[in-house]
Design a protein around this ligand. Structure first.
Ligand code: ADP
Length: 255
């Protein structure tokens, strides 16, 4: 078996005295597309925020490409990771949020070149070419010199996706990226994500309430309930033949 790209081992997470993740074991293979579904408050966002190193597990381990997130090995012992180690691990991970978080004072093109130039050290011309190609792919090749405020929500979200993908991460995290959008722009954003997914290279973890989208894009659906993985499997099985009553009643809401 190939080494998992992402692995959670018995991960627990508490906020104050409340345990919101209660022992998560989950691996994602290179290139695999995983949809994370479940009721609000079940812990989906916390799972992906931990991978982005925005939250630290209370106990358990997370590795990316075999490298522990919060620890590093020194002479065979695991010691707490320093900022340099975290930066390296984060370089494998891209994230798109519900709110696009574009830099308002930068053009669309600059939004997509600043990290490749400043973080990856790619020459400006090369970064611009990469960004232009990607922005063209998401249908915004004619908006390079516009500013975020001049674009619709759906267009801004497509920029946010392009900005993450130009970094060529090994895994992309999408946290309910359509839930803050006007209904008429949801489709165009999902279409862009699907196109990128179809290219196959990057693994993806998608938190979504769009069940048709999950069916189209995901190789596997994971159903989270009260901080545990209650059920998982191929989309067909999870959406057509849910085993547990909890998943059945969760899916009822989308019919
Ligand atoms: P989901 O994404 O499935 O809606 P979350 O991961 O956002 O769930 O939240 C899981 C639980 O953890 C919720 O009860 C939420 O209130 C709580 N929680 C999340 N982040 C924090 C935080 N920073 N401080 C306190 N509680 C939090």
């Amino acid at each position: 078996m190939t080494q998992p790209l992402v692995e959670y081992k018995d991960v627990h997470k508490s906020f104050d005295d409340v345990e919101v993740l209660k022992g998560i074991d989950l691996s994602v293979a290179p290139g695999e597309k995983l949809a994370l579904i479940g009721p609000s408050g079940s812990g989906k966002t916390t799972i992906i925020r931990m991978l982005m190193t925005l939250e630290q597990p209370t106990s358990g381990y997370i590795t990316v490409d075999g490298t522990p997130l919060w620890h590093k090995e020194v002479n065979g012992n695991l010691v707490p990771a320093d900022e340099k180690h975290l930066r390296q691990v984060r370089g494998n991970i891209g994230m798109v949020f519900q709110h696009f978080n574009l830099f308002p004072h930068m053009t669309i093109l600059k939004n997509c070149t600043s990290a490749p130039v400043n973080v990856l050290g790619i020459p400006k011309e090369e970064a611009e070419q990469r960004a232009k190609d990607m922005l063209t792919k998401v249908g915004l090749g004619d908006k390079l010199d516009s500013y975020p405020a001049q674009l619709s929500g759906g267009q801004q979200q497509r920029v946010a996706i392009a900005r993450a993908v130009v970094m060529r991460p090994k895994v992309m995290l999408f946290d309910e990226v359509t839930s803050a959008l006007d209904p008429e722009t949801v489709g165009e954003v999902l279409e862009v994500i699907k196109d990128i997914a179809d290219e196959g290279e990057m693994a993806m973890i998608l938190v979504t309430h769009e069940m048709d989208f999950a069916r189209d894009v995901a190789d596997r659906i994971v159903f989270l309930e009260s901080g545990v993985i209650a059920e998982q499997g191929p989309p067909q099985q999870i959406l057509e033949n849910p085993e547990s009553e909890r998943l059945q009643s969760f899916l009822e809401r989308f019919r």
